[in-house]
Design a protein around this ligand. Structure first.
Ligand code: CAA
Length: 240
């Protein structure tokens, strides 16, 4: 039986590349998305991968969404917590709402989704959870106290849950992408982005597929001895 995977924020950007990589590795994949129905329809038409709409910041919606995927495709073996948003600005200008949205989606989403699928993985004695962190959670970033805190939290969450899953065959790892060629990075002002790219030793933005390859490896059968780790894929921008 093919493994069943849920990828949150799976209908575009890094999430889409992860869905495709897991499908190409032989898994049955469900992409979760939050709101952009047109992009989700295009994604399914392009890839043949079904897309399910729910908000990862909503605990009950995660329970219902994961149950729907399991009813349609089978018990969930693999979870990739990829959904993330930015609300960048300096602390002086950041509202409580901007803080809360980012914390609830980027970090709260990992908790909500793990609560939905980790118990089943543990009972069945096999599971893979990969959480998408960020170089900015490792190094910090001007204008991102919310995002950096949430992504840094993901790295702690990963190491703690890895300890709880280890003896049940459930691995929990993180990938910390650097600046990847996606809509999220394209939203950074061009002059600011040019300065950031100038500091990447490899000399370019990363490709979404370069993150997806790492996720697929961590989710493979051969990944069973890797848990609680963070794979940094950032072109050498931050060596951690
Ligand atoms: N270090 C030190 N000072 C900085 C700085 C930095 N990195 N960036 C800006 N400043 C300074 C400016 O020089 C300026 O100083 P003066 O007032 O003395 O001239 C001051 O801070 C204010 O800067 P701005 O006028 O640019 O302030 P702003 O409010 O218009 O914009 C910002 C601030 C929104 C943070 C903008 O600089 C920005 O978008 N930065 C990029 C943030 C970023 O990298 N986001 C990543 C998004 S992608 C992502 O998150 C994916 C991932 O995981 C990697």
């Amino acid at each position: 039986m093919a493994r069943v995977a849920i990828v949150t924020g799976g209908s575009r950007g890094i999430g889409e590349a992860i869905c495709v990589a897991l499908r190409d590795a032989g898994m049955t994949v469900a992409a979760n998305y939050a709101g952009n129905e047109e992009r989700a329809r295009e994604f399914t038409a392009r890839t043949g991968i079904p897309a399910y709409k729910w908000d990862v910041a909503d605990f009950d919606a995660c329970q219902e969404g994961a149950a729907k995927v399991a009813a349609d495709l089978g018990p969930v073996d693999v979870l990739v917590n990829n959904a993330g948003i930015t609300r960048d600005t300096t602390l002086l200008k950041m509202t409580y709402q901007m803080w809360k949205e980012v914390m609830d989606t980027n970090l709260g989403g990992c908790f909500n989704m793990a609560k939905a699928v980790f118990p089943g993985m543990r009972e069945r004695g096999w599971g893979r959870i990969v959480n998408i962190g960020s170089i900015n959670g490792q190094a910090g970033q001007y204008g991102q106290v919310n995002y950096a805190a949430a992504k840094s939290g993901i790295h702690g969450f990963t190491k703690a849950l890895a300890q709880e899953g280890a003896k049940f065959g459930v691995t929990v790892n993180a990938i910390a992408p650097g600046y990847i060629d996606t809509d999220m990075v394209a939203a950074v002002p061009a002059d600011v982005l040019a300065k950031i790219v100038a500091k990447i030793p490899v000399g370019r933005l990363g490709g979404a597929h370069e993150i997806a390859r790492g996720v697929a490896f961590l989710c493979s059968e051969d990944g069973g001895f890797i848990t609680g780790s963070t794979m940094s894929i950032n072109g050498g921008q931050h060596m951690y």
